[in-house]
Design a protein around this ligand. Sequence first.
Ligand code: GDP
Length: 424
Amino acid sequence: MNGKEQMNIVIVGHVDHGKSTVIGRLLADTGSLPDGKLDAVKESCRRNHKPFEYAFLLDALKDEQAQGITIDMARCFFNTRKRDYIIIDAPGHIEFLKNMVTGASRAEAALLVIDAHEGIQENSRRHGHMVAMLGVKQVSVLVNKMDLAGYRQVDFDALKAEYTAYLRQIDVEPLGFIPVSAREGDNIAAVSASMPWYDGPTVLAQLDRFSTGGGLRDKPFRLPVQDVYKFTGSGDDRRIVAGTIEAGSVNIGDAVLFLPSGKRSSIASVESFNTAVKHSAKAGEAVGVTLATQIYIRPGELMVRPDDPQPEVGARFRANIFWVGRVPMSTEKEYKLKLGTAHATVRLAGILSTLDASDLRLSRTKQQLDNRDVGECILETTRPIAFDLASTSEATGRFVIVDNYEIAGGGIVLENLSGGESIL
Ligand code: GDP
């Protein structure tokens, strides 16, 4: 670990619009390729009498990785002075969508590639919509192959106007359009001399301008209660509240609030299992805490600090769900929802829209979620639970849905629809 911050970026675009070439360029121009790789690929092209392509660099890397133990072909790594980047190449939509929706890996920003010469395609629209649906707020559009458009500003401006109009319809405000030629290296890592009319950032500079949500430890304190152990004897009735801190940190003496019950106390002691008593603990640590007062707490509650931004409490919320169940998810049936350590019976109360992960086709009329559908839905639990919106706190904003003892779906919470009534 070099201590640099890490950021996941997803790159999407119609086939052949130049995603692989953009990635190849980024890897080459930031010196992120293994030593000699660029020369080896160029030499192999020469021997085979075919012109060198930056996209081949990815193929060569994949071959190399394929001999290793884990193959994750859809991801590439490179870094700038500021950050380590993981770039997720998302034409294998299904895996990507599943990871995004279940929160297994989140992309914090997206690069949308459009070919200046060929113009906006149906897929360019679908990808824009997919990115919006997944809640990726930071989007930058790369208008690629500007060399084929004679590096003309009018062509760039026309495409920018047309695509901006489309993005507005789906509530996406792009952070910028960058005219590039991935093949020639214009505005990827180096400012292009061929487009003096453009005075915005290069792709690399734009990446460093994207913001990460900040570290987990700096977020509001969240500890989903896993277990409550009771120790009786020697007259003192001690309870240890155990769980893993998902975000933020907590110190001895801090006031705490449990949700949804609304019970309050303060921290008397903090201990990590197998280690001594501590003064504080932070995100990622499994801890047991004792409280200054004896209150009755159930597993499934969320321990927070009353002076931090508060989580949501509710029984009705809007969510994106990725359905992998063999049987479609229907409004007729009850399911189990697991969010953090909370378990609740849940019903699908409505479907707002669905995206078929196989072909990214959008529908606003479906009555059920089929296998591989991503659905924007309304869910209702039979009792209130505490959660966060996925956009604010990932770990406490995602859930899985269990159907017949099997995980059949995963999702993220987008909005609390419980009407804001306070249960405290
Ligand atoms: P992908 O399917 O989106 O990954 O597209 P590729 O990166 O494989 O590129 C498809 C084709 O477009 C390849 O033949 C590239 O050489 C070509 N290409 C990519 N970027 C540019 C560019 O900036 N200018 C030109 N002229 N061709 C490009």
